[in-house]
Design a protein around this ligand. Structure first.
Ligand code: XUL
Ligand code: CO
Length: 445
């Protein structure tokens, strides 16, 4: 077992670099499917999947819920000085990333560094931790998939950040976005995320919705301009979510955000970061929201997790459902990959999962689930009749009057004349069952 740790102390003793052992392995601490260097088509698994670990769930969240305190006592969370705790947390995080073998991580400003109401102190804390993270990245080869600012936890944001009815709060939010953009640029982050945590309303009765949404667009535009002025050439990402914490959130789902970006002329710089459990909260499936974003040319990145079919809230479980991962990877492969985006495990181990090892098991499972999704989606596209069946379903638009209609060269009267000459359309089965059987057949291969 190789001894990989970063700081003075090893936080996950007894666990070495997670190996790939293949499907027949019974070793829980080994990959069964994810083989970073295995080629799938023209890229390796690592290049396709671009996995990232989320700092907040994995190194800050301890399992606390509204009914009780955390169940995990973290050995990096013991020092009395908040900066010393943040430094220890960074050591633990980089040890974990390295042992797991992921290329990327993601953070909020206040995951990485202690928050402070005094602006100078907040900025000093973040700069201090960015310098450490920069060194750790150089030591380990880890990269930053995206940074973001937490504009939803501090009580000042209870009525929203960029959409707050009080300009003083909007301006205070800019302090964090400015600092988080600077941190992201300093660390070579490939994207910058805006999840509109409390950008929405609790009650329409006290809300001027249009005004708030216009403020959001203006805020995003000036944040974009500041990021570009720093030399940030990556993608800005909006992460849709319909509710929780607010009753209604403005970035409701993919379709809403695509419309919002286009309405405000932001679609050149911003794309979408789609989270599985957010899509299901909005009443869609994960692959539906991915497809809507991809069809708009705006699918930028993915927060990989899943909800619970019985619960109507954001359970943020690790992805394990192979149907979900196949569906997601079909969308990703058809759009030619994730570009500068990745698969970020915005997921938390269950409150009942209280061993240090559980964090490894959760990520190993999620990575294997997406690796299998990638293999199956690739085989479905390249080897199975799936794409041919779908194309065939629309064959009547490939030539003649159908093609003329698709080109925009037919009037309603043209369609009338065509229908009047033809007989009653032949019934054509959608064959949903055949498609579903095909997916199962390839999943079992
Ligand atoms: C919350 C959520 C956030 C964003 C980043 O539901 O998904 O963690 O991903 O702010
Ligand atoms: Co998320």
């Amino acid at each position: 077992m190789s001894n990989v740790f970063i700081g003075a102390k090893e936080y996950f003793p007894g666990i070495g670099k997670i190996p790939f052992e293949g499907r027949d392995s019974d070793n829980p601490l080994a990959f069964k499917i994810y083989d970073a260097n295995k080629r799938i088509g023209d890229k390796t698994m690592a290049e396709h999947l671009r996995f990232a670990v989320a700092y907040w769930h994995s190194f800050c969240g301890n399992g606390a819920d509204p009914f009780g305190p955390g169940t995990r006592a973290y050995p990096w969370d013991v020092a009395s000085d908040p900066l010393a705790r943040a430094e220890a947390r960074a050591d633990a995080a980089f040890e974990f990333f390295t042992k797991l073998g992921v290329p990327y991580y993601c953070f909020h400003d206040v995951d990485l560094a202690p928050d402070a109401e005094d602006i100078g102190e907040y900025e000093r804390n973040l700069k201090h931790m960015v310098a450490i993270a920069r060194q750790r990245q150089a030591d380990t080869g880890l990269k930053l998939l995206w940074g973001t600012a937490n504009l939803f936890s501090h009580p000042r944001y209870m009525n929203g950040a960029a959409t707050n009815p009080d300009f003083n709060v909007v301006a205070r939010a800019a302090v964090q976005v400015k600092a988080a953009l600077e941190a992201t640029v300093e660390l070579g982050g490939e994207n910058y995320v805006f999840w509109g945590g409390r950008e929405g309303y609790a009650a329409l009765v006290n809300t001027q919705m249009k005004r708030e949404q216009d403020h959001l667009a203006r805020f995003l535009a000036i944040a974009r301009d500041y990021g570009r002025s720093l030399g940030f050439s990556g993608t800005f990402l909006i992460e849709p979510k319909p509710m929780e914490p607010m009753k209604h959130q403005y970035d409701f789902d993919s379709a809403t955000v695509v419309g919002f970006l286009r309405q405000h002329g932001l679609e050149q710089d911003f794309k979408l970061n789609i989270e599985a459990n957010h899509a299901t909260l909005s009443g869609h499936s994960f692959d539906h929201d991915l497809q809507v974003a991809a069809d708009a040319g705006l699918l930028g990145s993915i927060d990989a997790n899943r909800g619970n079919p019985q619960n109507g809230w954001d359970t943020d479980q690790f992805p394990s459902d192979l149907y979900d991962t196949v569906g997601a990877m079909l969308v990703v492969l058809r759009q030619g990959g994730l570009g500068s985006g990745g698969l970020n495990f915005d997921a938390k181990v269950r409150r009942e999962s209280s061993d240090a090892q559980d964090l490894f098991l959760a990520h190993i499972g999620g990575m294997d689930a997406f690796a299998r999704g990638l293999e199956v989606a690739h085989a479905l596209i390249e080897q199975s009749p799936l794409e041919q069946w779908r194309t065939q379903r629309y064959a009547s638009f490939d030539s003649g009057a159908g093609a003329q209609f698709e080109r925009g060269a037919s009037s309603l009267a043209d369609l009338y004349a065509y229908a009047a000459k033809a007989s009653e359309p032949e019934q054509r089965s959608g064959r949903q069952e055949a498609y579903e059987n095909l997916i199962n057949q390839y999943l079992l291969r």
